[in-house]
Structures are given as structure tokens and as C-alpha cells.
Design a protein around this ligand. Structure first.
Ligand code: SF4
Ligand code: SF4
Length: 164
């Protein structure tokens, strides 16, 4: 990610207080689980409840959220890397959504910078595409059924069938 933008985004998210890290339960591919476990002893933060994910603490925060920051920022889950874009899969279509400005101050900054919007959009699509390709269909179905209010559909992308 562009370093200037990355620093700006970190500051904006810190000022926001990690709103989207509340009750996030971000999904994890097997590869991302290995990467996270290689980065530290985080096995107690990972659970399976319909799909493999980061657990939520009793106070509603993501188990990786600590003192206003993500403890695994460099290796965080694919959907966290993709933020403020999010996704659902309907049939053979990948739907990309963007959080509304009312719930995510970062979106206002992205919309004000067309170049950065395009970069983060592409980054989000890359992360989400890899995640969707890595997860079993049952997990994708459960994740896609989770309501994501206050988001807008910004793109639909056909999912290629990789089976020979
Ligand atoms: S992505 Fe948006 S909602 Fe999440 S912490 Fe950053 S500014 Fe807040
Ligand atoms: S893994 Fe990090 S960025 Fe993702 S929801 Fe948890 S605290 Fe937030």
C-alpha cells in the first residue's frame, strides 16, 4: 500500500477508535491462519463458528483489538486488509460493497482521492478474490448471509470456475 496513504489511514482509523473492529469476526483462510500463528501465539484468538474467524471478546471487540490498535496489523485477515470495502457472494458473482461515510470516516478520505480509491479498491478485490477462492462454499455462504447494513454495492465481478 502507498506509505503516505497507509499512515493517513492508520491515523484516521485510530481517531475513529476502530469502529469496524467491534463484532467484526473476520474470516480466515488456512493460509492466513498459518501466517498469523507464525507471527505470534494467537491460537486463542482464532475460532470456528460456522467459518474460521477471529473471535470476539465479551465486550464486543475483536480479540486482536488492543489499546485502540490491531495487534496483527501487518498480517491481519483479508477482509481487514480490504476495508472499507467488503463483500458477499451471490451464485457465481462476487459483490463488492463500500461502507457508507456515515459509519466510516476513511471512506470520505478515499472518495476525495480518486487515485487512492482506485488503488485500495484493487487491493480489496485482490484480497477478497484470494479469500473466496480459498474458502469452502459452506463458509462463503455463511459469511455472505451476515447482514452488512450501511454499505453500498460498488461492483459485481463474475467468479471464474477454476475446475477443469
Ligand atoms: S475502516 Fe473506517 S470504521 Fe474501520 S476503523 Fe477505519 S475509519 Fe473506522
Ligand atoms: S483483526 Fe485487527 S483490523 Fe481486523 S477486526 Fe480484528 S482488530 Fe480489527
Amino acid at each position: 500500500m502507498d506509505t503516505d496513504w497507509s499512515l493517513r489511514a492508520e491515523a484516521i482509523c485510530a481517531a475513529c477508535g476502530g469502529h469496524c473492529c467491534n463484532g467484526a469476526c473476520p474470516p480466515l483462510s488456512s493460509e492466513r491462519i498459518s501466517t498469523i500463528l507464525a507471527a505470534g501465539d494467537y491460537s486463542s484468538c482464532i475460532e470456528t463458528d460456522g467459518y474460521r474467524r477471529i473471535r470476539t471478546k465479551e465486550n464486543g471487540e475483536c480479540a486482536m483489538f488492543d489499546a485502540g490498535r490491531c495487534r496483527i496489523h501487518a498480517v491481519k485477515p483479508e477482509t481487514c486488509m480490504a476495508g472499507p470495502f467488503t463483500f458477499a457472494v451471490t451464485g457465481k458473482t462476487l459483490e463488492i460493497y463500500l461502507k457508507q461515510e456515515s459509519i466510516c470516516p476513511l471512506v470520505t478520505h478515499l472518495k476525495a482521492d480518486a487515485g487512492m480509491y482506485a488503488k485500495q479498491y484493487q487491493r480489496a478485490v485482490d484480497h477478497i478474490t484470494r479469500l473466496v477462492a480459498a474458502l469452502p462454499g459452506e463458509e462463503i455462504a455463511i459469511i455472505s448471509a451476515i447482514p452488512e447494513p450501511e454499505t453500498d454495492l460498488v461492483a459485481t465481478i463474475p467468479i471464474r470456475d477454476e475446475t477443469p
